[in-house]
Design a protein around this ligand. Structure first.
Ligand SMILES: Nc1nc2c(ncn2[C@@H]2O[C@H](COP(=O)(O)OP(=O)(O)OP(=O)(O)O)[C@@H](O)[C@H]2O)c(=O)[nH]1
Ligand SMILES: [Mg+2]
Length: 336
């Protein structure tokens, strides 16, 4: 069971540029005044929170973030340019720890917060800065200071974007194992799943969403029957429900009836939950021989104006289409 997303990153702020040692050269002036400019400051590494991301997955591709160094100072009192600061986006909810000490450094609670996680090194002073009335030709000049370098551990409590609901044995756990790295127990009997499982679904390097697989719901769940109801609060904050209905013959059940029962239980738990955007998913299409059963469920979905998908986690039929349909709805809607 994975409720926490974690990433380890190395950040390195830019070093400061060195101060310059130089003297003016002028026509007819044998030895001009000191003119070594200061080095530029190194860039910082700033963590910036965004609500456009909801996992730390991108850090597995980019575990190192370095800011630019400051340029060295030059003659003619030219100060080196400062290094550019870089911003590293982290999802809201990320907690930042110093990996070495375990110290909690920052807690991102809303979008747009900035945390300077590594400070750039100061530029060194050039020799021009060391001039005094009694010290007219200084040769002192400083090296730039190194930028901070540290290892951070990022932690994010995953919040599900999509909740999988349905009757026990409908194929919820099988679906999440098909579209994410989650590996919940799957078995051919009801009530296999005893606690919610979360899985991160990845569309490409940057777009991900989180799916929650919860125990199945049965009739009377809201009065305490079965297991599922106590877990509905886990999906109260999701943006979308995928309602899975087994349409195979093997189930010996009536898909439309199963659908209605689950809808009834959802609204008994909370009207908000029942009103959430929903996709209806006919599962186990590989062993659905009777087109009537599928058609009946499709009709129910149409009556309620809900999108309808047919999938088989066994053969892969319809899985990608469903994945992208879920992503479209999740990534289009604002955070709850
Ligand atoms: N033929 C076929 N069987 C499937 C498919 N998807 C799931 N199953 C089978 O259906 C059974 C139940 O699957 P699960 O994924 O455990 O169902 P669940 O909805 O998580 O069940 P609970 O956790 O009890 O609520 C297992 O034996 C699966 O192998 C499918 O696409 N085709
Ligand atoms: Mg299950």
């Amino acid at each position: 069971m994975q409720f926490l997303d974690e990433a380890r990153i190395l950040i390195k702020a830019g070093d400061g540029g060195n101060g310059c040692l130089a003297f003016r050269r002028e026509k007819y002036v044998p030895r001009g005044g000191p003119s070594g400019g200061d080095g530029g400051h190194g860039g910082d590494v700033v963590l910036l929170s965004t609500d456009q991301q909801n996992t730390l997955l991108q850090f597995s591709y980019n575990p190192e973030h370095k800011a630019e160094r400051g340029r060295h100072g030059e003659g003619s009192n030219k100060t080196g340019a400062d290094g550019r600061t870089i911003e590293v986006l982290v999802p809201v909810g990320t907690v930042v720890y110093d990996e070495a000490t375990g110290e909690r450094l920052f807690d991102f609670t809303e979008s747009g917060q900035r945390f300077v996680a590594a400070k750039g090194g100061r530029g060194g002073r050039g020799n021009a800065r060391f001039t005094t009335s009694t010290h007219q030709a200084p040769t002192e000049h400083e090296p730039g200071r190194p930028g901070d370098e540290r290892r951070l551990r990022l932690e994010l409590k995953l919040l599900a974007d999509v909740g999988l609901v349905g009757f026990p044995n409908a194929g919820k756990s099988t679906l999440i194992s098909r579209i994410s790295a989650a590996r919940p127990k799957i078995a051919d009997y009801p009530f296999t799943t005893l606690e919610p499982n979360l899985g991160v679904v990845q569309l490409d390097n940057y777009r991900t969403f989180v799916v929650a697989d919860i125990p199945g719901l049965i009739e009377g769940a809201h009065t305490g029957a079965g297991l599922g109801i106590q877990f509905l609060r886990h999906i109260e904050r999701t943006r979308l429900l995928s309602h899975l209905v087994d349409v195979s013959e093997a189930s010996g059940r009536d898909p439309v009836h199963d659908f209605e029962i689950v809808m009834q239980e959802l609204s008994s738990f909370s009207e908000d939950l029942a009103q959430k955007p929903m996709i209806v998913v006919a599962t186990k299409m590989d062993s659905a021989q009777d087109p009537e059963r599928v058609a009946a469920l499709r009709q129910v979905a149409a009556d309620r104006d809900l999108p309808f998908f047919e999938i088989s986690s066994a053969t892969g039929q319809g899985i990608d289409a469903l994945k992208f349909a879920m992503a479209d709805r999740v990534l289009a809607s604002p955070a709850v």
